[in-house]
Design a protein around this ligand. Structure first.
Ligand code: BG6
Ligand code: GLC
Ligand code: GLC
Length: 924
């Protein structure tokens, strides 16, 4: 075999001109050239095979399963819709990597009016070779310098200008302004950039350069810029095709087909990165030995094999390799090679374009060759032109096969047999080779006969599209800032929480002493947690939480068995007359007794009544005021046990023996205390919130006696009603308070408990909508409706296992039409509100356990807290946030939280049992 040194081929690799082994070498020049050209012909079958194979790779990548080699990457961009055309403002675009060694800076004005265009200002800078191959920092510094020079003469001034970064290399994008370079392609190979966020690198460089007032808000691939900048014609343009230095396309895919996104609605723009397509079965048969040589000598051997047959960076080089070969074989240039033919990169795309142009006569080709320092013979021009045509035709055909694969994909995913679609085209190859588009078009018609494709040249080389994306990104960034500002008051520092803890401690002490305090610190007359010797059958009532329940509690040596039934308390009853409410309660008891076969029996009854009561004994409780959603008349200031007894009397037929009235916190503490003697605190975070704990009797001014303990119902829900929480209270808290049935009251409860968190969220959502941040600024009737946003939605929305699309579904069920961006923001609002609630609750618990520790003069206290309440139990993060806050603020207390399983009804029965036991003892 001949030596073919200048092509850099190894012996035995197959020489150009004799491509297929076994074929006889052509004997004369014409045949030799023909043979060379033949290698660049691609058959229809081969193109179809490429189309099919590329489609297969695309679909595989969409499904998230990488093939044996990364065939095509299918990278989701953060562009979810094609432009509306309403975007406006001045934007700076910095383009790197689209057109070879040049960097372009543009200032684009979007008018927001369709068809009204302002010519952009732009400037191109040549990137020196050593910068393209040097350290990354040098490249980005170069870019920042170019930007600075451009801005220096910009009449619009650069204060507050938003910049879109067109960076045309394969990147993993994780946000509109976050993009990690996977690998360099084309002629770039700067160190320390792969694996880095290129937006950050640019921002750092801009800062080093001392350019102020520029905000990099979006990063965009050139294909996306091309697609987005396209003037909407008959329909939107949903494919962007670039054949510049390299080649690639993007298109709008159905989001549900993109496995990595976990999103089931809408479309997302996918950058295919088809340049890396490399299926040997499909590409092998069309690759020539020149392609292999080119690849071998490139900066990235083995990579971007498809791109190297199409991209403008390579077309000149392929032509050079063919010409050098033919010169060596004595066919061209009188058999003389020249420094030009021997040096890589000496023939450029523009030379090929000029020579290939059908209108260029032999004289023109001759002149170009001479300019290149070659010494053409008169007969050379025609051959050279044919070589150029062959190389470019093949490129256009291969590109058509790839585009046909995208069209098949669109037909399939949209289930449309006859697809009508607009493709935006951009890049030097289109601009300089008029034939490229016509070959592409013809081939596409052949390969995708059912598709009606219109090709639309990009505007401003994609710069306008980048400006469009930048406009959208800028809007989103502004929205994010507004969101952050809105939520900032909900994000409490450690110092703020420690201050809450300290204030709570002070309020507890004052309340115990009978001094003015927002904490009432009510004695409960429960002096001990159960000791396990309690026995008997008891009735219990449980009023004040989500459910009203009547229970039968059997306390035996073998444990506690409970049967219960839930009854509803209609709002009209909860807020009607007291008599009506208590009659209703007795009706429910009678019904329960009948169902349980207990009619006629007079069992001792414990009444969990979850409202603030001043107690004088176990079976006496004067309702101080209603809280939560209750407002029945003529009850405040009355003994609730009497009200119940009167209702029983009115009902005549029943006999009931009301023994004890118990707050739900106390019931919960007792119920958990039955299992764990260390349980000396009861915490409720449900409809309302409250805490009780075992206090030293000597500290309780209103009860006689200095020894022993008594359970104190703190009624901490009212903490801050004296204005002490005003520093923390936000505009939204004030709105929720004002709209409630007890304005000015239960201020701590209104920041924490289930009855209010949904309302706080709703008020924040209303505010964000009025700022235009959410729901496209459109207020809906639904969102204006009180209590429409239930606290259980917070628990659902914040659940880790929930994808954003489910969040969206929950909100859509509420009649709120929203985008993914909206869904994410609503999630963040929920998180901020529930986190503050949990932390405030934790600060309160820290105050309580620290007080117990100090009461007992202990270095370290080990204690359990019995907890109940729907919010605490259902919310995915509430309990751990409470615990974390307590650890932080009460480091000397080891606190275990026990969730009450049976509600506080069981606790009420236990209190009753203790009372009966003690009563029996006194009788004896
Ligand atoms: C339950 C009690 O254990 O917890 C109720 O039995 C109490 O009386 C409730 O009010 C608190 O939770 P929620 O979420 O129902 O208010
Ligand atoms: C290369 C890049 C790609 C770009 C294309 C066209 O293939 O990897 O991101 O779109 O060139 O410039
Ligand atoms: C309210 C009540 C209180 C109760 C709490 C939890 O704050 O005033 O008594 O414990 O809600 O249900």
């Amino acid at each position: 075999m001949d030596s073919i040194g200048s092509l850099g081929l190894q012996q035995g690799e197959g020489a150009p001109g004799c491509p297929q082994e076994g074929l006889p070498c052509p004997s004369n020049s014409s045949e030799m050239v023909q043979e060379c050209l033949r290698q660049f012909t691609v058959t229809g079958a081969q193109l179809r095979q490429i189309q099919t194979s590329l489609l297969g790779s695309m679909e595989q990548a969409l499904r998230g399963r990488a093939g044996p080699a990364p065939a095509v990457r299918m990278l989701p961009t953060y562009v979810g819709s094609t432009p509306h055309g309403t975007e406006q403002g001045d934007f700076v675009v910095l383009e790197l990597g689209a057109t070879g060694a040049s960097l372009r800076v543009l200032c684009v004005t979007l008018t927001g009016i369709e068809g009204h265009k302002v010519e952009p200002r732009s400037r191109e800078f040549v990137i020196p070779q050593e910068v393209m191959l040097g350290p990354g920092q040098q490249l980005f510094d170069f870019a920042a310098r170019c930007l600075s020079e451009f801005l220096a003469v910009l009449p619009v001034g650069n204060q507050g200008l938003q910049l879109g970064f067109s960076f045309s290399f394969p990147c993993h994008q994780t946000g509109l302004d976050k993009s990690t370079l996977i690998s360099w392609t084309k002629g770039f190979k700067c160190s320390d950039v792969e694996g880095q966020d290129v937006v950050q690198l640019l921002r750092d460089a801009i800062q080093r350069q001392g350019v102020h007032g520029i905000d990099v808000v979006a990063v965009v691939n050139d294909t996306v810029g091309t697609m987005m900048g396209c003037e909407p014609g008959v329909g939107p343009c949903e494919v962007g095709l670039v054949v510049d230095t390299g080649t690639n396309a993007c298109y709008m895919e159905e989001a549900r087909h993109v496995a990595v996104l976990d999103e089931d609605r809408g479309r997302v723009c996918i950058s295919i990165e088809w340049g890396s397509f490399s299926d040997e079965g499909a590409l092998g048969p069309v690759q020539t030995v020149f392609d292999r040589t080119l690849d071998h000598e490139s900066l990235n051997p083995g990579a971007q094999r498809f791109e190297k047959m199409i991209g403008g960076l390579y077309l000149g080089e392929l032509v050079r390799l063919v010409l050098a070969h033919l010169a060596q074989r004595g066919v061209l240039f009188g058999g003389h090679t020249s420094p030009v033919l021997q040096s890589q990169g000496s023939i450029l795309l523009e030379h090929v374009a000029e020579m290939e142009d059908p209108s260029a006569g032999a004289a023109r080709v001759h002149a170009v060759l001479q300019d290149l320092g070659l010494n053409p013979k008169p007969s050379d021009a025609e051959w050279v032109q044919r070589v150029c045509v062959a190389v470019c035709t093949r490129a256009a055909q291969l590109c058509a096969a790839a585009l046909a694969a995208v069209l098949s994909r669109l037909q399939h995913s949209r289930e449309q047999q006859a697809l009508q679609i607009a493709v935006a085209t951009g890049g030097q190859v289109f601009e300089r080779h008029p034939r490229f588009l016509s070959v592409l078009r013809e081939t596409v018609m052949l390969l995708a006969p059912d598709c009606d494709v219109s090709f639309i040249p990009s505007v401003d080389g994609g710069g306008r599209g980048v400006a469009m994306v930048t406009a959208v990104a800028a809007r989103l960034a502004a929205h994010r800032r507004l969101l952050e500002e809105t939520l900032a008051p909900f994000r409490l520092t450690r110092e703020q929480l420690a201050a809450v803890q300290a204030q709570m401690r002070e309020a507890m002490a004052k309340g115990l002493q009978g001094e003015a305090s927002s904490l009432r610190m009510l004695p409960t007359y429960v002096r001990a947690t159960p000791d396990g010797s309690e026995r008997g059958d008891f009735l219990a009532l449980d009023l004040g939480g989500t459910n009203f329940r009547v229970l039968l509690v059997r306390v035996t040596a073998g444990g506690v068995q409970i049967s219960s039934q839930i009854y509803s308390i209609p709002e009209c009853v909860a807020q009607g007359s007291g008599q009506q409410l208590f009659d209703h309660i007795v009706d429910c008891i009678v019904d329960f007794q009948q169902k349980q076969g207990l009619s006629g029996q007079s069992l001792p009854l414990g009444f969990t009544f979850s409202f603030p009561c001043r107690q004088m004994g176990l079976d006496q409780g004067i309702l101080l005021n209603w809280t939560k959603g209750f407002k029945a008349s003529d009850c405040e200031g009355q003994d609730v046990v009497c009200l119940l007894r009167e209702a029983i009397r009115r009902r005549q037929a029943v006999e009931l023996n009301v023994v004890a009235i118990v707050n739900d916190t106390v019931g919960t503490m007792m119920s958990c205390g039955y299992e764990d003697p260390r349980c000396e605190v009861g915490l409720i975070v449900g409809t309302g919130t409250n805490v009780c704990y075992m206090e030293e009797l000597r500290n309780v001014a209103s009860v006689d006696g200095d020894s022993g303990q008594m359970c104190i119902n703190t009624e901490w829900g009212a903490f801050g009603d004296d204005g002490s929480l005003s520093m923390l209270s936000t505009y939204f808290d004030a709105s929720v308070d004002q709209a409630s049935i007890n304005p000015g009251k239960q201020r701590f409860e209104k920041m924490i408990s289930g009855m209010y968190l949904g309302e706080i969220v709703r008020h924040i959502l209303l505010h964000l909508t009025s700022l235009g941040v959410l729901f496209r600024g459109q207020q809906t009737q639904r969102l204006q409706t009180r209590d429409i946003f239930k606290t259980k939605f917070l628990s659902e929305i914040e659940s880790d296992s929930l994808a954003l699309r489910q969040v969206r579904a929950i909100l859509e069920d509420l009649g709120l039409p929203l985008t993914s961006d909206d869904a994410l923001m609503v999630l963040e609002v929920c998180q901020a509100v529930s986190q503050r609630a949990a932390q405030l609750c934790g600060a309160g618990v820290a105050a309580v356990v620290e007080k117990i520790r100090e009461n007992r003069g202990l270095e370290e206290l080990t204690i359990s807290v019995g907890v109940d309440g729907t919010l605490y139990k259902l919310h995915p993060h509430f309990s751990s946030l409470v615990a974390a806050t307590v650890r932080e603020l009460a480091p000397r207390c080891v606190v275990t939280f026990l969730q009450s399983e049976d509600g506080s009804g069981k606790g009420a029965a236990l209190v009753t049992a203790v009372a009966c036991r003690l009563a029996q003892r006194t009788r004896v």
